[in-house]
Design a protein around this ligand. Sequence first.
Ligand SMILES: [Zn+2]
Length: 287
Amino acid sequence: MSHILEIGRFPFLQALVVVRNYRHTKNPRTILTPFKDLRGKARKRMDTKICELVCRKTASFTLDHPIASFTFDDFPSSAYRVGGRILEDFNLRGTYYTSLGLQGTSGASGEYFSVSDLKDAYINGHELACHTFSHKTCYQSSASKFEQDVAMNAGHISEQIPGLHFQTFAYPQGVVSPLHHQRVSSRFKCVRTIAKGVNRGIFNLNFLRAIQLYETTFSLAALANLAEDLRKTPGWVVFYTHDVSDAPSRYGVTPGLLEATISQILSSGAQVLPVADALNAIVREPR
Ligand SMILES: [Zn+2]
C-alpha cells in the first residue's frame, strides 16, 4: 500500500503507474485504479474524522504518572505464547482484541489462537476484548451486519468462557465508519482506534488513540522520544500490534522490541495495565 501513498504525492510517478498498468493489461479500467485507491484513502480519512467528532463519550483525567496498555489484535497465537509471556515476566498483563472466527486458522500474522491460548490468557489475568467475529471491517459489512458480527463475537466468548463479557472494542484494521460506530460504540466502555496519539486531559472514550508497535515502523529512537514525552506530560498510551516473533509479519513485532518497549515505558514511571483496568483506574467522570 505504501507505493500508492507515494504516487499520490508525486503526480509524475502516478502517471507512470497508469501507463504501466495500461501497457501491462491493455484494460482501460486499470487506468482508474490509482485514483480509486486515492479516493478510498480520502474516504477513510473523512470517516475517521467524523467518528472522532460524533458519538463522543468524553472523560477527563489528570495523571501524576503515565499509564500504558499493550494490545494485540485478532489474536495470533504468538501474541500470547510469546508476547503474553514477556508481559508476565514483567508481572504485567495485556489486552487481546479477539476475533473468535479466526480461532484455529492462520493468516497474515501466522497461526491464530487456539482454545488453550484463549483460556490460558484469560486464566493468567489478561483482558480478552472484542473485535468482529469474522474480522470483517466496517467497509466489508453493512452497519446492521457489522453489529451482528460484534454480537456474535460477544456471544461466543460467553459460551467459551462462561461469565466473561467483553468490556472494550477495537475496529478490525482500524477502519471506522459513522453508521457502524453509532451502532457499536455504546456497547463498550471504550473503543480503541488506530489514530495515532497519546490520550491526555479530556479525551473521547469512543475514540481512544493508539501507537503502532510494528517492527517495520517503530524504532528505539521513537520509543525514547515517547518515553521522554510521557515523563514530562503523563498520559495514557495504548500500543497495538499483532504477532510477536523473531521473524514477525509486517503487522507484528519481535520479542526484543517488545521487551525494550516495556522496559523503556516502565522506566518513564508508567503503570502498565490492560485497557479495561486502565480505564477503571484513571477515568473519574465519563460524561
Ligand atoms: Zn484485527
